[in-house]
Design a protein around this ligand. Sequence first.
Ligand code: HEM
Length: 485
Amino acid sequence: MTSTTTAPTASVPLAPGALPLLGHALPLLRDPLAFIMSMSGYRTMVRVRLGPSSAVMVCDPALTRQVFLNDRVFDKGGPIYDRIREVIGDGLSTCSYTLHRRQRRLCQPSFHPARLAGYGEVFARASQRKASSWTDGDVLDVTQEMMTLTTRATMETMFSGALPADTLRQALADTATIVSAFFRRMVTPALLRRLPTRQKRRYDQARSRLAATIEQILADRRANPGDHADLLSALIGAVDEESEGGQKQLSDSELADEALTFFLGGMETTAITLAWALHLLSTHPDVQHRMQAETDEVLAGEPLTAAHLPSLHLAGRVLTETLRLYPPAWMMTRTVREDAELGGVRLKSGSTLVLSPYLLHHRPDLYADPDRFDPDRWRDAAPDRAGYLPFGAGPRKCIGDQFALAEATLALTAIVARWELTPVGDQPFRPKVETSLSSRGLNLRITERRRDAAAPGAEPGTASPRPADAAPQPVTGTCPVNHKE
Ligand code: HEM
């Protein structure tokens, strides 16, 4: 419904610096975060130009939430999702409102807490294997290490098996090529996107190779059906009882899209969250030592398992704060499906909206000293949910949030339990801004921890170890934010 007292979209101020044809593509490509943060002076909305087309960027937390909640009117779409759709088709994360509810009902059982308990054990084992594969004094390419960890863990939880080493390496390289191309392709006008450049050829090859790998995995599963207790079995077995007359199960092509969606959506975001958390711990040794103390107390010499998750409080706060400072999905887009009103402004059907958790997470009116890494800001206070959106909100909220938090908490714990992390060089490390806030190029030095001395900064008694005879807990992330809507 459009009210008569609303103002036209043209009344929303246009961000300075737009060029004909390119719009704001240059500042967005040159320094996207600086460009986004330059919007923080606008309290409600500002217009930006992505190529020749215009978009409205929503700067206010309550309006952002309004957009997330009303996915019928503010539907998935816009330049980010148009590019992602080129790779994963109409999977759960890219499909429109009309297809979404059925797909969500079919995918949700794969993330049921009962299944997460099994996945948690895979994460704990994979994390410990990874942490044991390093040598004292190593300088790690942290992003690469975390990508191999989350890819292996994702492969095992999704497809209950490992890929041959060279296929896995190729899948990692293809994923990196695709993910880093998304953002460039999003801000490049369509005409230039179609030019047969070397980058475009690499992108096309990576897309088809990754799709072929997933196809092969699905073909192997068809040849060897049954419940493998993995995500793929849950997807294959899912039945949508509410689908009257329609298809009650996922078709083969839907299965391929969902498998690729979970693979791409899950492993890169979790890997870079972990890489940023390790970076922050290396630059904040006081927090690192407190985490080591908590880890020592909770594990008490036992191997790490998913049952330790509910006691890893500081690890949870570190991840909450990491996701505030470096939300992988730093920017999202939406398409307005019918003429609508938002914050007193009339939006025409077909307009594009831009939402930015990064902008909200760094607003000084929402977070005191917003650039400071301070996990303890989450100790007592539940965050204002409208101003903390690393997983989005509403019906399109991340389906893998608890999966990711459990995986990241266990990985962080396994690493910190054994290694001391220190930065390499004295230059501040800045994100490479792509579709996500990439930590590509981050190196850290690891040294084996000395166990004979208490970790400096230890807070004895702050952790609550699980009694030896306690029943295993359902796996949930330890993040104090209630990520459930
Ligand atoms: C730290 C890790 C992760 C972060 C920060 C993250 C972030 C997000 C965000 C912000 C959205 C909403 C996008 C929007 O509204 O436009 C989303 C959706 C989604 N995520 Fe995640 N995600 C993470 C991990 C995962 C994992 C592990 C999986 C799967 C295994 C996953 C699968 C999905 C899917 C399928 C959607 C679409 C949900 C829907 O539209 O119903 N994500 N994620």
